[in-house]
Structures are given as structure tokens and as C-alpha cells.
Write a protein of this length. Sequence first.
Length: 672
Amino acid sequence: MKTMSNVDINAICYELNELLEGARVDKSFQPTKDTVIMRFHVRGTGRVDVVFQAGVRIHTTRYPLDNPKIPPSFPMVLRKHLKGANIISIKQHNFDRVVEIKIKKEKTYNLVIELFSKGNIILLDEEGNIVIPLKRKQWSDRDISSKKEYKYPPKRGINPLELQKEDLIQLFNDSDTDLIRTLARSGLGGIYSEEIVLRAGIDKKTIASNLEDEEINKIYETILDIFTPLKNHKIDPNIVIRNDNISYNSKGLNKINKPKEDVLPLNIQLYEDNNEYKKEYFDTFNEAADEFFSKRIKDEIKGVQEDIWDKKVGKYEKRLKIQNETLTGFKKTIKVSKQKGDLLYANYSQIENLLNVIQNARSKEYPWKEIAKTLKDAKKSGMDEAQIVESMDKLGNLVLDIDGEKISIDSKIPIPENAEMYYEKAKKAKRKIEGALIAIENTEKQLKKMEDKRDIAMDNIMVPQKRVKKELTWYEKLRWFVSSDNFLVIGGRDANTNEAVVKKYLDNNDIYLHSDIHGASSVVIKTEGNEVNDNTLKESAIFAASFSSAWSKNYGTQDVYWVNPDQVSKSPESGEFVAKGSFIIRGNRNHIRGVNLKIAVGIVDYEGKRIMAGPVDAVSSHTDNYVIIKPGYTKKEAIAKKILYKINEDNIISLDDVVRVLPSGKCDIVDS
């Protein structure tokens, strides 16, 4: 798997610093063992997520990963120290695969992301001591543990942005290998080293220490030429993909060992042949890296889940196979045992004569060993009775060969008793078949159930979906729904939007509603001068009750009142104070008692397809594609994923869209 090079990290750090300088740190998450996501709030932009994958990558991301239900300790420590802090700077350390993020709260912290080897993420305090590392590691010269002083890895290689010719001469003089390996090991990596020798026109197998001055000059000028765009921050972020219909010979591509896909901040000649590669360009290297790495993460998530479910299903498949083999064995036992019993009776006279000979010998106190030898000799001499004898042990047990069937009998008991032993064996096997068939039926049901679960799980697997920032209509920035009688109803999301609902959107002919509880949306029915019937009033009351603190308190019902616009005022009585988002209601209130808290979430076609949350009757009158929820005990994100899976048939909404329209508090889905 590709990991970010020194060049990649330089481009990423410049962009991140430009984007996040001064940004506020929000939450931190750890969706996988090596991956941490930090959420930032950028003034004028809003939410920005940055993914840090130790040893692999760092970039902004629009593909949020699922977070564990129980957060690990590392992101919780980051939240404790960094939430609410501001970014001072983001920079690359010594053109190495190390990123430093300086963050200011009451104290100044330094978040170090190591992208070399298996990598690490380390939080440092003001003195440069380790607060907590993602992974504790220890070497002879470095100890990455809490409360230890952090030591950067030793400086190695060259910085092409500050390169002096003397540095290059020293690099080659100290080398004991060829040109391409010398450049690659200097921190430039394989691809850029190949690019340098390609542009310079020098044999990459030339021993570095044997290079002529003219060749060194050419390499130096080539390095400056390649990396000037990076130094001037005039990059061309791109993803390159090898065309599948191109054939490659060992003399060409394999010799250079170019990857099938790559993401780069620069245009390089190595990928310029349009017949071999196609390129996709991006506005920023962060966007390019996000598309490149997130695609791989999606494939990995699917692969991991497929392996998990294959093991679960395979357990029942293996059990069913064993049970079917056992059933086949029972059937074979019945057939063979019955056949052996029948053969004993079919050859009764011959076997009886044989047994009489043996019994006569035993009466004369011949040992079993001597009798067996005698039978063997008799068989050789052509004695009829002895021809069916295969062998005889020292206890008198005979193995007979009758019509090619090997039959074991006890020579000390009569033929009927020997035959009965086989018949009884067949009867036992027949009885066991009944149990085997029941076991097989149960396993088949369990297997079918597990296969169905697998199919649902794989269909429902939440691989990262790109979070696209949508342009919202004015009412989508609020709470809203369209009643079954086609009235637009809006409500505030918080104190600021409650103010806007009344001051900006409440007109003279509208109706104002509010749940009779502290902490609720200001709700307005936009009448457009039309008369509002009881049905729309009832639906709006359900809306007002559901988007109030009654939902988070897990109430089943709640009282709501409605008034006319002229009864709603921001002017307090003398000595009173009206908080932001609150209003004074004067005059009589029209109460609607015992309103049920229950809403539906669905995709409706209202000025285009969009997600709507509102009373069940209202939503169901506009779409059949909806889910009903009530106050409950499941976190919003978990419910949102279930809703998204059920209603997102055309892939037109995201998880964030669903979360946005849900009430504040936990929910449960109502089974229809």
C-alpha cells in the first residue's frame, strides 16, 4: 500500500496550514487501531475533518469512518486537552515524514504525526514531553512513552527545496551504491528518484561515487527544476491510473517498477505517456489524497467484513457437510450391515461346516494360533470350507471374504447370533438417521439465517460515503415540514434560528406554536393568507412537541399551544429579561393537549427531492419512502445509519443529512 512520501507531506502541510491556521479544534475520534480523525471548525467554512493514519497518510477527508461505540483512551485524552483549542501552525519537520501541529489552549501543545515505518501519533506538552502516544515504542535512542522527553528521529537525506550543490556532492561521495538507490535512500523515494534520472538522462546504475562533475551538475539542475513548483506552492495535484489495456514488457515498465495507481502533488514525466496512464486533476492535494486513500479504505472495509461473514457462514457450511457425510455413512451402514447378515444366511452350510471344524479343534484344546495356521494351510490345499477365510486372530474372530464382501464373525457363537449383530447394527443406524435428518434440517435453517444476515449486513455495510456540502434552501437551514394540506411549517433549531423564525419569517397571517415546556422550537405555519384547518394545526403541534426537550426527556406526550403573530413579543415588562431565542406571549393561548411524540423521516419531492422529518400523516401524504421514529434509547448516529439504509434508494442523501433532521436526543425506530 502506498504511504505518503516526504514530497507529499510537504504539499499537504502547506495546504493544511493555509486552511486550518486559527481553526478551532472540535472532537477527536479513533475509528481504527492506527487511524485518528480530528474535527475542526473553520470560520467561514464550517466543519473540516482531518485523518491521521500512522505511517500512511494525513489529509482532510470527506469520507467519515464509523467510530467505535466505546471510544479508546487516546482520542479521549486528545479531547480533554485539545477540544476548544486553536491551531497555531502545521508544518513538516526537516522535510521528513513527520508533521507538527502546534495547538494553543490554556497551554500550548504539539501534536506530532510520524509517517515513517509503522508510524505514530504523539501529543506533547509545552516542554516537549510526551502526554500520550498512540503506540508506545522503545529503541536504544528513543523512548516513546508518557512523561518521557520526545526526541525526533535523526535527520537523514536531503531537502530538495533547500538543496545546495555541495550537499549533493557529499551525498554521492558517501554512497557505496548506484545512483538510483542513493537518491531513493536520501528521502526522495523511488518515483522521484526515477524521475530525476529520467530527466537528467543518466544511467541509473552508475555508481554514485563515480559520477563526473558534469553529471552531478545535470542532476542538481534537474532536482531544482522538478521541485521548484513545490517550493513556490504552484502544484498540480493528480491521481494517475494505469490503463488496463496496456501490455508491459520486462524492458519497459517493470524495469522502472511504476505502480498501477499513484497520487502526486506534481506532474512528472514518468507518467506522461497518455497511452499508458490517465490522470485526474484536483484543486488541492488534500482532495486528491482523500479520493486516492479513501477508495482503498472502502475496499479494505468490504474485504474485512466479507472475511468475517465468510467465517460465520463457513462454520455452518462445515457443520452441514459433516452431518451430510454422517447421514451418508448411516445409510451405507444399513445397506452393508444388512447385506452381510444376508450373506451369512446365504452361505449358511459352508460357514456352519467351517465353524464345526473350528469347534472340533477347540474341543481337542488346539490353540487359536494353531487353528488359524491350519485354516491357512487348508485354504492353500483347496479345502472348500476354508476358501472363504480371509484371516483369523488369536481370539477366534474370523474375517470371511464372501462375494468380495469382508465379513467379521465370532467363531465361538452360532451363525444366527453373528447375523443378528449385523442386523442390529443396521437397526441402530436407521434409528440414528432420524436424528441426523433433524440435525441437518436445523443446520440448514441456521445456515439460511446466517446467509440472510450476511446479505443484509453486506448490503448495509457503511463504507465511507463522501460528505458533500450541500447548498441548503432557506427553510432547510431551519426545522421544517410540509403538512398533508401543503402548508410549509418551519421551526427553530437553536436560540439563533428561533430568533430568525419570529423576526424574519413570522408574517401577520401566520400561526405561532410552541411546546409548553422549557427548551423548544418556535414553530410557524406559513399560511400565505390561506385558512388553516384543524388537521394542519394538529400536525404542527406534533412537530412542535417532537422538536422540544420533551423528546430528550423521553416523554410520550406533550402539551402545545398556538397564538397569533401579534401575541408574540420580544419586549419584556419592566425589570424582566428575555433570553435570546425566547419570546413573551401575551393574551390567551390555544392549547392542544396530550400531543404524541412520533415523527417520520423520508425523502419527499418538494422543490426537488430532499429529506423531510415531520408528523407521520404529513410525511406519508408526500412519500411512501419513510421511517417512523419515537423517543428511545439509541444514539442518533446509529438510528441515522438505519434510516439511511432504508430510505436512500437513489443515493441522494448522506448520513449527515439524516442526522441533521432528527430531534435532539436518542430515538428508536417504530416497527411498522
